[in-house]
Design a protein around this ligand. Structure first.
Ligand code: SAH
Length: 352
């Protein structure tokens, strides 16, 4: 990015309107610009309903996004694409798009690296580098949307029907920029993504879950629980030393009560760590009476951790125990393993 220029994708509609007034234009130009940006244009010259003079003023002041595609990998079944993007400061982020029957879903990064330090997660390697701006999150959506439209993934526009904040980073550790992004991507005059089609995943930053519940957005919440007791959780997640399972589940119940959105608990099954039948029973006990969903994910093994995925028998038994207790459970068979779909893995290999 040119240092004195502002990333226009980081501006919301109200700000753009006041920017327009400040440069001697009418406020409604802000609406026209945001409509173009939502279409994924890469230059101001493409904004054909603006005067030449305005286009020049925009070019002087702003850039449109600051991402550069470094690499794109398409899975063998052609249902998952992984992107590596270069940022203006030479940092690299990852982003994945998945084709589902119910629509195309993008998995975005919210930070470069991550401070949470979960033992099994490749994004934690090297810690947190920096937060992404809302504009950098917008740019991921727009770049991928353009790309899959070109690939013909859908007739519709936009081609992206859902967003999950499950890439690198902890979205609630970058709270302000993430909230700004959520408002911007939802902007009815812009990209107009419904909040109900957005899922935010967190390792369980309790005060921030409460804050999010109070925002009044109907986004879905996913909690990376991975253990039903604090002792086990502390072995694999640093954040468990700060917030207890009990506090997390209570915050999740409150989130559900406030928003009416069902909460999903993610549980990566790790051999001999959290996959015993007694641990499944403990999970059913803590979730009793809570209309939630449990998503079991057999661990994606990666080179920086010696932890192994549970074997098939353990996975089946764990699922059976939850089901028998009336818990709504699915077991995610991961997509895109041949392109290192799990977070942080492709970037690590690329940097090597
Ligand atoms: N920081 C957020 C979102 C990013 S991670 C969070 O913790 O929820 C997205 C999900 O992938 C989380 O549930 C995370 O725990 C999980 N995950 C990370 N590495 C994994 C691995 N190797 N195998 C299975 N799931 C993994």
């Amino acid at each position: 990015m040119n240092n004195h220029k502002i990333d226009i994708l980081d501006r919301n509609l109200e700000e753009l309107k006041s920017d327009m007034i400040n440069i001697g234009e009418k406020a409604f130009r802000g609406e026209q610009i945001i409509q173009w940006l939502a279409k994924g244009v890469n230059s101001f010259a493409e904004m054909t309903n603006l005067s030449k003079a305005l286009i020049e003023k925009l070019e002087e002041r702003y850039t449109i996004g600051t991402l550069h595609q470094l690499k794109r990998l398409i899975s063998n079944d052609k249902h998952t694409i992984k992107y590596l993007f270069l940022l203006h400061d030479n940092n690299i982020i990852e982003c994945v798009v998945m084709k589902y029957n119910h629509g195309n879903t993008i998995c975005l990064s919210t930070q470069v690296g991550c401070a949470m330090g979960c033992s099994f997660c490749a994004s934690a390697t090297g810690g947190l580098v920096r937060n992404l701006t809302a504009g950098e999150m917008m740019a991921q959506v727009l770049a991928v949307n353009n790309d899959i439209m070109e690939l013909g993934w859908t007739e519709g526009s936009p081609a992206i029907g859902g967003i999950v904040l499950m890439g690198s980073g902890e979205p609630l550790d970058n709270y302000d920029n993430t909230l700004r992004f959520l408002h911007q991507i939802h902007e009815p005059k812009g990209f107009n993504m419904g909040y109900r089609n957005i899922t935010l995943s967190t390792c369980g930053l309790v005060p921030k879950i409460h804050a999010l519940a109070d925002e009044g957005l109907s986004i879905n919440l996913a909690i990376s629980l991975h253990a039903a007791d604090d002792e086990t959780r502390k072995k694999i997640m640093k954040v468990a030393k700060v917030y207890s399972v009990n506090d997390i589940v209570n915050a999740s119940r409150r989130y559900f009560e406030k928003t009416g959105r069902r909460v999903t608990f993610e549980y990566a099954l790790i051999k001999a760590v959290n996959d015993a039948p007694s641990q499944a029973q403990e999970l059913t006990a803590i979730l009793k009476g809570f209309p939630c969903h449990v998503n079991l994910i057999p661990l994606n093994e990666n080179s920086h951790s010696s932890q192994k995925r549970s074997n098939e028998e353990a996975i089946k038994l764990f699922t059976f125990i939850l089901k028998s207790a009336g818990i709504n459970v699915t077991c995610r068979r991961e997509m895109g393993q041949d392109i290192q779909g799990a977070c942080g893995q492709l970037k690590i290999d690329y940097l090597k």
